[in-house]
Write a protein that binds this ligand. Structure first.
Ligand code: CP
Length: 322
């Protein structure tokens, strides 16, 4: 795989947070803070991506990631193309690479790609032209780097530190690319107490999440936690869509107001979305005073602006002259 950073340390591609040092992640979060605007404030409008074309290729469903990459590109002055996968020629048998080469021929500079198949973003960065970048918007169960960054930004804005935090990730960790990227982000940034809380069958392999603690009881897992991240059951990644007794799951692993009392009194409640209310989280908690779920969405736009702007700055150095 080609490097994600160029020789000068500039961000060239982003398909995983693995291998990116703390300084790179902190730099992206600093840049995102500059772009962040609260709902009701005028959105940041800039020209960092003027003259660049960004193609969003989402071959898996998405609301938050797709909308925020679209807005991030437009707010920085890019031409943004969001291809409808069902209306594209891939539905007629065109290969992924032929789709990429077709859009490259139309001067696309950045591909933002989500796909259920592992390895697609890496395959693309090995095949795109030298002046083109690839960003993963979610790769199978493996990686969701911009979600990891936006979760880290949300935590940093509230807690102002990563060292010494107790962070619990609760739910279907085995199938979660968010859990992998967010755990990696916070551990790189200095959090050592990361707890993976799930029924035995939804915990990841022992070889994954090095340094995290594994726990099969939610009460023990969230005790004293400063941050509780709830995950949905990802049935689309289970063989034959496993049957689930939702009421039983909520009784055993759902976060309600009573259970939340076990966490730190100022614990943040996070969820990457989409939420399944009444399955992994109660509405009382999701909409309650400790929930920062909508802030995560707000930070998602800022983080994607920071990633796009960083890549555009790098690409500018690699562009062919007129
Ligand atoms: N968190 C997340 O990836 O949400 P979407 O699937 O809606 O993009």
């Amino acid at each position: 795989m080609r490097e994600q950073l160029d020789g000068a340390g500039g961000l060239r591609h982003l398909i995983t947070l693995e291998g990116l040092h703390r300084e790179v992640l902190s730099g992206l979060l600093d840049r995102a803070e500059k772009y962040r605007r609260l709902p009701g404030q005028p959105a940041y409008e800039g020209r960092e991506l003027a003259g660049f074309t960004v193609a969003n290729l989402f071959f898996e469903p998405s609301t938050r990631t797709r909308a925020s990459f679209d807005l991030a590109g437009r707010r920085l002055g890019a031409h943004v193309l969001s291809l409808d996968p069902h209306g594209s020629s891939r539905a007629k048998g065109e290969t992924m690479l032929d789709t990429i080469y077709t859009l490259e021929a139309m001067n696309t500079d950045v591909f933002v790609i989500r796909d259920s198949e592992a390895g697609i973003p890496e395959f693309l960065i090995d095949h795109v032209a030298p002046h083109v970048s690839v960003i993963s918007a979610g790769e199978a169960h493996l990686s969701h780097p911009t979600q990891g960054l936006l979760d880290a930004l949300t935590i940093r804005m509230h807690k102002r530190r990563f060292a010494g935090l107790k962070l619990a990730i609760v739910g279907d960790i085995k199938h979660s690319r968010v859990a992998r990227s967010t755990a990696h982000a916070v551990m790189t940034l200095g959090t050592s107490d990361v707890r993976l809380v799930a029924p035995e069958g939804l915990l990841p392999a022992e070889t994954e999440f090095r340094g995290a603690h594994r726990c099969t009881g939610i009460e023990e897992g969230i005790a004293g936690a400063d941050v509780v991240i709830m995950l949905r059951i990802q049935r689309e990644r289970m063989a034959h869509g496993a049957a689930l007794d939702e009421a039983a799951y909520f009784r055993e692993f759902g976060l309600d107001a009573q259970r939340l009392k076990l966490a730190s009194p100022d614990a943040l409640v996070m969820h990457p979305g989409p939420m399944n209310r009444g399955v992994e989280i109660s509405s009382e908690v999701a909409d309650g005073p400790r929930s920062v779920i909508r802030e995560q969405v707000n930070n998602g736009v800022a983080v994607r602006m920071a990633v796009l702007a960083s890549i555009a700055a790098t690409l500018t150095r690699h562009r062919k002259p007129l």
